[in-house]
Design a binder for this molecule. Structure first.
Ligand code: BGC
Length: 735
């Protein structure tokens, strides 16, 4: 009967210019009770349906029929996410999600399918047999748009194999705060890189029919003043508009259909109460999708941010601000509160209808009412090796690398023989620190060296923050060269808060012992943020920033160490040299002021965009078409890149812009374009770039995008500080 009604509606409303989708949703909405509507706005953790309790650590998820009936039938919950403590195998996922979908479609009054979500921030890492790729920060270092597209696509296919159609990824926050413990989840400190790779991720992920992404976290979450997760964010409104929002806008334009709100508070306004920002996205950008809360964030409006008196008040604030779905995630508190609020007329039904229409629209676009084709999961080891190889950044090399085949290597340090150190957080488990879930194909760095027949001895006994009392010096002295794998243990969110950016003392002591042996020391950093290097910067013969390169990271690293592959990664943030130096890229003129009244106040250990190679690259013949640019004009520049070395290599050519004088103190350099170019020895290529006028735009005090006449410079180079520059004048009074 219901389908006949829909069909009749389709016929009658089609003539009014409504699409089939609009007709379908309007009809469905007209049949829904308030409880069913609020149910669609509710997202629960899947373990809310397990009798053992939400935080069960059982090695299987046995759905309780009674709880299914309570939540899916009585409360009409329309979306589930996550998993228990352990990572289900893809086959188990498939059975579980199928069971849930069948229940929703067959046992509920309107048969609305469920939206199943999960974090898949570097591969479908919450599935036992899925490939774990490098974290986003490593992909940011690769600056490889096509690679990001392919990884997003592979991740979507793996999610589909689990019956999951909603990925809480990509993270579009900017890596501006080196102390923050989730930087590895971001692409870069640079807004242009983040926007470009973010849009590529969205396009790649959603090119797989049946999968949609969720951008996060709108906006400013990554910039807590103290560095501690979810602590207050002080972010200038112009920086929010000019840098933090464009990656989200570009991803919305690329088709992203949901956005997760920021759990922190920007300038005192929590992300879940930021009506102005949500309205900007929905009304001015034309975003048709829905806004979902972060985990249990209504509670935080009460207990942490203290803008709401109780949970019900928090519900009213968030829903009225424009939050469409609540990741509750434990029970029915949200639905109970929201139903009361609607009945009391504190929340108008139109707001509910708007939210539900958005959510049903995403379900419709995903084809959830149709029979789902669930492919089998496949491994993507070659893609993961390629990604890990391209992601690692060679910070320093005094000639000790590549290692020689007959070098006797002593390897030590907490990451030397550990898979969890390579995978980082969000790997099988939330913190990613449980080795029992390591994939059998995966190899630690030590294992990878052995499997390739390298002469290597592992010196056991160094953890992240302690050293066993063994004779380290003797062990080190027996080798030709020493490989120390240092960094920080995998963990995330509040667990990743630190009080000190320096590498832990035990690891500095291990380095001192290695250095005292007189043998050359190569340091590999497996870490999600730039932990300060102290003496290591000057004393190590080579330093590699490998981020969290994932399951195939060990194999990729060994190829790079021995010169079987070449480095091409570029630093996605500034690597600071000092504890008091937490202003990274981009920085302003006033950041250069120093204590001696000079302009040397910005000495990073390594600048944004830095990264060495075994090839030698040279840039010649930089020319630009004009010195004057009109309001509708452009300037075209070209430069020739040469490989003067003896090794085939890839260089990332980086284009930056400087606004010399502006009505709001401008940043010194910001990226406007990049190219990855591979060259054989003695090869060269001329690269042309046309600077569009829109790259010159800035946000003014009123929050509007404008262009101001004046002098600008375009800079090109292979990092953000060694630039060849061209000065030109923008005259807004000429065309
Ligand atoms: C994190 C989000 C994540 C969500 C669901 C939250 O605590 O901040 O990034 O998507 O949990 O796991």
């Amino acid at each position: 009967m219901r389908w006949i009604t829909i069909w009749l509606c389709l016929l009658s409303l089609h003539s009014w210019g409504q699409s089939e989708k609009e007709v379908f949703i309007a009809d469905l909405l007209s049949q829904m009770t308030l409880e069913e509507k609020v149910g669609q706005m509710t997202n629960l953790g899947v373990t809310a349906l397990v009798a053992e309790g939400f935080w069960t650590d059982a090695d299987s998820l046995l759905l309780d029929p009674l709880l299914m009936s309570v939540y899916i039938n009585r409360h009409g919950v329309g979306s589930f996410q996550g998993k228990g403590v352990y990572p289900p195998h893809s086959e188990e996922w498939k059975t579980l999600t199928h069971q849930l979908q069948q229940y929703a479609k067959e046992e509920t009054r309107l048969g609305i399918p469920l939206l199943m979500g999960i974090d898949a921030v570097h591969g479908a890492h919450y599935t036992h047999d899925a490939t774990i790729f490098p974290h986003q920060l490593g992909l940011g270092a690769s600056m490889d748009v096509d690679l990001v597209h392919r990884i997003a696509q592979a991740t979507s296919r793996d999610l589909l194999a689990c019956g999951i159609s909603w990925n809480f990824s990509p993270v579009l926050d900017l890596a501006w705060q080196p102390l923050w413990g989730r930087i590895e989840e971001t692409f870069s400190a640079d807004a242009y890189v983040t926007a470009t790779l973010g849009a590529a991720y969205v396009a790649g992920a959603q090119s797989v029919p049946g999968v949609s992404v969720c951008l996060k976290h709108l906006a400013g979450y990554s910039f807590p003043f103290s560095g501690k997760d979810r602590s207050p964010i002080h972010l200038a409104p112009v920086d929010l508009q000019q840098f933090f929002l464009p990656p989200f806008q570009k991803a919305v334009e690329a088709g992203a259909s949901s956005i997760m709100l920021n759990s922190g508070a920007v300038n005192g306004i929590p992300g879940h109460a930021d009506e102005m920002l949500i309205r900007q996205v929905k009304e001015y950008w034309g975003f048709q999708g829905f806004m979902v809360s972060d985990w249990d964030d209504l509670t935080k409006l009460v207990d942490v941010h203290r803008v709401a008196t109780d949970y019900k008040d928090a519900t009213r604030i968030a829903v009225m601000a424009g939050m469409d779905m609540c990741m509750v995630p434990y029970d029915s508190t949200f639905s109970v509160a929201l139903i009361e609020l609607v009945r009391e007329k504190a929340v108008p039904i139109e707001r509910i209808d708007d939210a539900v229409t958005r959510i049903l629209g995403v379900k419709y676009d995903l084809g959830l009412w149709e029979e789902q084709d669930t492919p089998d999961l496949s491994r993507h080891d070659d893609l993961a090796i390629e990604a890990a190889t391209k992601s690692m950044v060679l910070l320093k090399n005094n000639g000790v690398l590549p290692l020689q085949e007959d070098d006797v290597i002593a390897i030590a340090g907490p990451g030397a023989h550990s898979m969890t150190a390579l995978n980082g957080p969000w790997s099988r488990t939330w913190k990613g620190d449980d080795p029992q879930y390591d994939h059998p194909n995966a190899m630690t760095i030590y294992d990878a060296m052995q499997s390739k027949g390298k002469k290597v001895t592992w010196l056991d006994g160094a953890s992240y923050d302690s050293l066993a009392t063994v004779d380290w010096l003797v062990g080190f002295q027996q080798a030709d060269k020493i490989l120390l794998v240092l960094g920080e243990p995998p963990t995330t969110e509040k667990n990743s808060d630190i009080h000190d950016l320096r590498l832990p003392a035990a690891q500095m002591e291990l380095f001192d012992l290695a250095y005292a042996s007189g043998k050359p020391v190569v340091v590999v950093l497996l870490q999600g943020r730039p932990r300060l290097l102290g003496d290591i910067q000057a004393k190590a013969e080579a330093i590699i920033h490998a981020f969290y390169p994932g399951e195939l990271g060990g194999r990729a690293l060994v190829d790079l160490l021995y010169g079987e592959a070449n480095f091409s990664g570029k630093l996605p943030y500034t690597y600071p040299a000092h504890t008091g130096h937490i202003i990274g890229y981009p920085y302003r003129g006033a950041d250069l002021l120093d204590a001696s009244f000079g302009m040397e106040g910005y000495p990073p250990a390594y600048p944004f965009g830095h990264g060495l190679s075994y090839s030698d690259f040279n840039l010649i013949d930089f020319t630009c078409s004009d010195t004057l640019m009109g309001a509708d004009g452009s300037i075209t520049c070209s430069i020739t890149l040469q490989n003067t070395g003896t090794t085939r290599g890839t260089e990332v050519l980086q284009w930056y812009l400087q606004d010399e004088v502006a009505s709001i103190s401008p940043v010194l350099w910001r990226m406007v374009h990049f190219d990855r170019i591979s060259l054989m020895p003695a090869g060269q290529e001329t690269i042309t770039f046309t600077l569009p006028t829109e790259s010159l735009r800035m946000v003014n005090r009123e929050g509007e995008w404008i262009q101001e006449s004046g002098y600008f410079q375009i800079g090109v180079g292979n990092n953000s500080t060694d630039l060849q520059t061209h000065r030109f004048y923008l005259d807004m009074n000429t065309e």
